[in-house]
Design a binder for this molecule. Structure first.
Ligand code: SF4
Length: 356
């Protein structure tokens, strides 16, 4: 079969039913679709729905570690021996101060992430008061990742002004038992359904590189289309020391780009985020990810460091994009130290083998 053309791919995405499973597999296959065709098609829909904007998110790990679940990819899980810093929920004043800082650093969205299975009723009340306080003080979107919640919890959060609820699917139903044994895929689906019923926008993402197949990857993108997830963080697995899953499987920069294109083409209107692991796995091709994704995190991930903010912001600018923020991109860049000093080489660098 001849490789897919750009027009064929755009037509396939534009059909009422959207991109089908077979075409999704073709996007991941270099024999069936060239990388530039994938990026051009993804870029077409990215520009159509988001123009040249990039949405910046900043995560706040408001409670770290001490989790009874055994998610094998997670440094906070009971199956992990990663030497992370653990703490219970931060005081509200600390969370509010960090929301202010995120706003001033150009974040469009501030994401509060909790470790643990899920919150109690009183914890939901506490989170709701914090959401109200943030929304009253700063023009910033707020997202909470609380773990498993009920529809009543979701309605309380919605009434407090929460914009979005995060709960990742992470992988497929078929593969779920390989990454976690203490809760099921269906538990995760139920939380997403509760959030949708309460009228919350949903952020639900995946982790690529944990040993799943390409069929699984296409299946994840299709499931998130069924859920009409407004936001999809695509994480590329970072094997932190001590985590139960020791290595990232099959992640080359080209494959990661194809995955981002796949999620864009199956979910053309969703906010697609190149999330954790973008630096590690996209490497020198990272800027090309912006042609499929319209969103990223600054300041790293839950327990893993990311690249310096300056480098990320400069990459956005260099690739011809801008950020969706009250604070202009140039203003943020002018307040940051230069990425690299333009300095003359020293004599030692010029003559590293000099014996005289
Ligand atoms: S992903 Fe969440 S529920 Fe799973 S171990 Fe980590 S903190 Fe706990």
């Amino acid at each position: 079969m001849d490789p897919k053309t750009l027009d064929q791919l755009i037509d396939a995405v534009s059909r009422p039913a959207g991109l089908c499973f077979a075409d999704g597999l073709a996007v991941l296959d270099p024999q069936k679709t060239s990388l530039l065709t994938c990026l051009s098609a993804a870029g077409h829909f990215r520009e159509k729905h988001f123009a040249r904007t990039v949405t910046v998110h900043i995560l706040n790990n408001v409670q770290n570690g001490l989790c009874p679940e055994d998610c094998r990819y997670c440094a906070q899980s009971r199956s992990s021996s990663a030497p992370i810093e653990t703490y219970p929920m931060k005081p509200a004043a600390e969370i509010l101060a960090e929301a202010k800082a995120a706003y001033e650093q150009g974040a469009h969205r501030y994401c509060m992430v909790f470790s643990g299975t899920g919150p109690s009723d009183s914890r939901i009340e506490t989170i709701s008061r914090i959401v109200e306080d943030i929304k009253a003080r700063y023009p910033i979107e707020v997202c909470v990742s609380p773990g498993v919640i009920t529809e009543a919890h979701a309605r309380t959060l919605k009434a407090a002004g929460l914009d979005r609820l995060n709960h990742n699917l992470n992988t497929t139903e078929r593969f779920y038992s390989a990454i976690c044994s203490t809760h099921s895929y269906q538990d995760r689906v139920a939380t997403l359904q509760a959030a949708k019923k309460a009228g919350l926008a949903v952020c639900s993402g995946v982790i690529i590189g944990m040993g799943e197949t390409e069929h699984d990857v296409v299946e994840m993108a299709l499931r998130l289309r069924e859920f009409q997830a407004e936001s999809i963080p695509v994480n590329f697995y970072i094997p932190l020391p001590g985590a139960a899953i020791k290595t990232a499987s099959g992640l080359t920069p080209e494959y990661c780009l194809r995955v981002l294109c796949l999620f864009r083409l199956i979910n053309p209107q969703a906010e697609i985020r190149m999330a954790a692991g973008r630096e590690l796995h996209l490497r020198s091709l990272e800027a090309l990810g912006l042609y499929a994704a319209n969103s990223l995190f600054l300041q790293g991930y839950l327990n893993a460091r990311g690249t310096a903010d300056t480098r990320t912001l400069q990459m956005i600018k260099d690739a011809g994009f801008t950020i969706l923020s009250e604070v202009p991109l140039d203003q943020l860049l002018s307040g940051q130290p230069a990425v690299e000093k333009q300095a003359l080489k020293t004599l030692n660098e010029l003559r590293p083998c000099n014996l005289s």
